[in-house]
Design a protein around this ligand. Structure first.
Ligand code: NAI
Length: 335
């Protein structure tokens, strides 16, 4: 029995978490879920959206499955996600992005991975109000964090039979900060002669991603560009409902979807749990349950490819429960 921290989150988080735990139960994997609430509701009750017990639980279990939590815009508490990544030093945010059969999108053959630096850049949230009419944010890029994420990207490429790592920046404008990021990527690239190394400016990347996304492979980016580009790439394969992600550190791994808490569809039995399910596939691989992970992935991909039971975001009319049941039925057939 493996203990895994489960953060059900806010908005649609609890609904998709319930779907995923039901599906994992049906796989017959013995997981002891250490359920830890966090987010906006918890902030009201416990005075903080990220109580220490959540961090302690992940530090103890070393692995977590996390649904999205709400972050107030322009006011209120700091993002739970940012705090968690910082606290656990989850320095690599890895977001694979591959076409899924059955989901019609403008492009076929998309198969890229966004590797986003997760601990610094404008995400450090160091801001100040200079006057009523002026505010400043500090963008910090360090040699240590840039080298570490570049190494992660090249190791990922090596271990996953990828050919090219693209370093993404705006070094023509942010000459010192993004310039340092590029300098570190270039240094690391020298250690991996078997992997091709290329550079591209983030604006050009965005244009090319919506014209010819097939040409890209592993992308390594500072935090903010990584955040924005990974939503774009999620759109290339069918939207946020199917976009998975993982936050990896030296000690712990937190698997979480790209999407947010989707308050607009909360409690309506409409949410698509696929992104969290694909995160669970990776989580199962991470804890050594490779065979069960493959069954789960096959079941998800088969139900989507069949196209009969799809949630509204994928053009269907199935509820979260109906979709969950279809996957459980498919797992029974595949097991
Ligand atoms: P969002 O991702 O929650 O929603 C954007 C759109 O996509 C909405 O129309 C929503 O209904 C739809 N959508 C998202 N996930 C879906 C799913 N699984 N099934 C079906 N439709 C889905 O982004 P938004 O509205 O910008 O953010 C809402 C809240 O989530 C904010 O407080 C934000 O800070 C937070 N957030 C949390 C994240 C996390 O915990 N990792 C990541 C991104 C945002």
């Amino acid at each position: 029995m493996t203990t895994v921290t489960l953060v059900p989150g806010d908005g649609i988080g609890p609904e998709i978490s319930e779907s995923v735990t039901r599906i994992i139960d049906s796989l017959g994997v013995k997981i002891d879920w250490d359920v830890q609430t966090a987010g906006a509701d918890v902030a009201e009750k416990e005075g903080t959206p990220l109580p220490q017990r959540v961090i302690d639980s992940i530090k103890k279990n070393k692995v977590a499955l996390k649904a999205p939590v709400t972050t107030p815009i322009g006011k209120g508490f700091r993002s739970v996600n940012v705090a968690l990544r910082k606290e656990l030093d989850l320095y690599a945010n890895v977001r694979p992005c591959k076409n899924i059969e059955g989901i019609k999108t403008p492009f076929d053959g998309v198969n890229l991975v966004v590797v986003r630096e997760n601990t610094e850049d404008l995400y450090a949230g160091v801001e100040r109000k200079v006057s009523d009419d002026c505010a400043e944010s500090i963008k910090t890029i360090t040699r240590g964090a840039s080298t570490r994420i570049a190494k992660y990207a090249f190791e990922y490429a090596l271990n996953n039979s990828r050919k090219t790592v693209w370093a993404v920046s705006k070094a023509n404008i942010c000459k010192l900060s993004d310039g340092l990021f590029l300098e570190c990527c270039r240094e690391v690239a020298k250690e991996y002669p078997q992997i091709e190394y290329k550079e591209i400016l983030v604006d050009n990347l965005c244009m090319q991603l919506v014209q010819n996304p097939q040409k890209f492979d592993v992308l390594v980016l500072p935090n903010l560009y990584g955040d924005i580009v990974s939503d774009l790439t999620a759109g290339l394969i069918g939207g946020l409902g199917v976009a998975q992600g993982a936050n990896i550190g030296k000690e712990c791994a937190v698997f979480e979807p790209v999407h947010g808490s989707a308050p607009d569809i909360k409690g309506q039995n409409k949410a698509n749990p696929t992104a969290l399910l694909l995160c669970a596939v990776n989580m199962l691989k991470h804890i050594g349950e490779t065979e069960k992970a493959q069954i789960l992935e096959s079941a998800v991909l088969k139900v989507i490819a069949d196209g009969k039971v799809l949630t509204a975001d994928l053009g269907g009319s199935a509820t979260t429960d109906e979709y969950t049941n279809a996957i459980i039925d498919c797992i029974k057939l595949l097991s």
